[in-house]
Design a protein around this ligand. Structure first.
Ligand SMILES: [Zn+2]
Length: 256
């Protein structure tokens, strides 16, 4: 699914040039940066010989050149850092490697510029999701609806999935992540939490440390979301198994 017709038009133009007699650009942008413009209003540009990108009226470096710890990447990533831990869909496996949290590193300006910089600016619409009314971002609504179709088909085959998919805990909610100053992905209307009663969250574990991954969410539910560009919090060392988030750039093979 393409969010931005302009980006699509530009991508088409690039394709046309590549197939014509002119040689391909000698110095293309980094693969992930080029791919991001498929999904977000990001325009790669060179500034003083280094790749940057234009976004929401500002220009940012792709790579700020700083060496960062995991905590520093969470707190102040550049856009390149958000790809530093690959997201791997497929069979569910326990996450045991410390800080393997693909998708938890978020470059906030990307989401603020794409989905809305304040609660009032986020363009939410109501959708029916398995009989529940949910508020999600207009741009992500088609993807949510495709997930609902997949889950509805799965439910028809296995009614035992129902308890995971009732009393879903939340979608659009403009807020900070608990105990942090970072904006939650729920702020943009691109995330959903399933029934908390069937979920595990590292912050709720007793004792909290050491972190011990746990999960009950069935494979078929994870597959339905990942097929439509949603990452799952059960792929994280700091697990949050109720949480799914629309991050098509992390599931698009062209961005890896
Ligand atoms: Zn969540």
């Amino acid at each position: 699914m393409e969010l931005f017709p302009l980006a699509l038009a530009l991508a088409g133009l690039t394709g046309a040039e590549a197939s014509a007699t002119t040689p391909p650009a000698a110095d293309p942008p980094p693969r992930a940066l080029a791919c991001l413009s498929k999904w977000y209003p990001v325009e790669p540009v060179k500034v003083d010989g280094a790749w940057h990108f234009k976004l929401g009226g500002a220009t940012y470096p792709w790579d700020d050149g700083k060496a960062k710890s995991f905590e520093e990447k969470l707190a102040s990533p550049d856009l390149e850092d958000t790809f530093s831990i690959p997201y791997t869909p497929g069979p569910i496996t326990p996450v045991t490697r410390e800080n393997e949290d693909p998708g938890r590193i978020r470059f906030d300006p990307l989401f603020l510029a794409t989905y809305g910089a304040s609660e009032a600016k986020v363009d939410v619409v109501g959708i029916d999701f398995l009989g529940q009314r949910l508020k999600v971002h207009r741009e992500a609504a088609p993807a949510f609806k495709r997930v609902a179709k997949r889950l509805s088909d799965a439910l028809a085959k296995d009614p035992g999935l129902r308890p995971y998919l009732t009393r879903m805990a939340g979608t659009f909610n403009w807020r900070k992540i608990a105990n942090t100053n970072r904006q939650s992905a729920h702020s943009y209307g691109v995330s959903i939490d399933l029934n908390t009663a069937r979920s595990h969250y590292w912050e709720w574990a007793k004792p909290k440390s050491p972190v011990r991954w746990a999960n009950r969410i069935p494979q078929v539910i994870v597959d339905a979301f990942e097929a439509e560009g949603f990452i799952w919090g059960g792929r994280w060392y700091h697990y949050d198994t109720m949480h799914f988030e629309y991050r098509p750039e992390l599931l698009d093979p062209a961005c890896r």
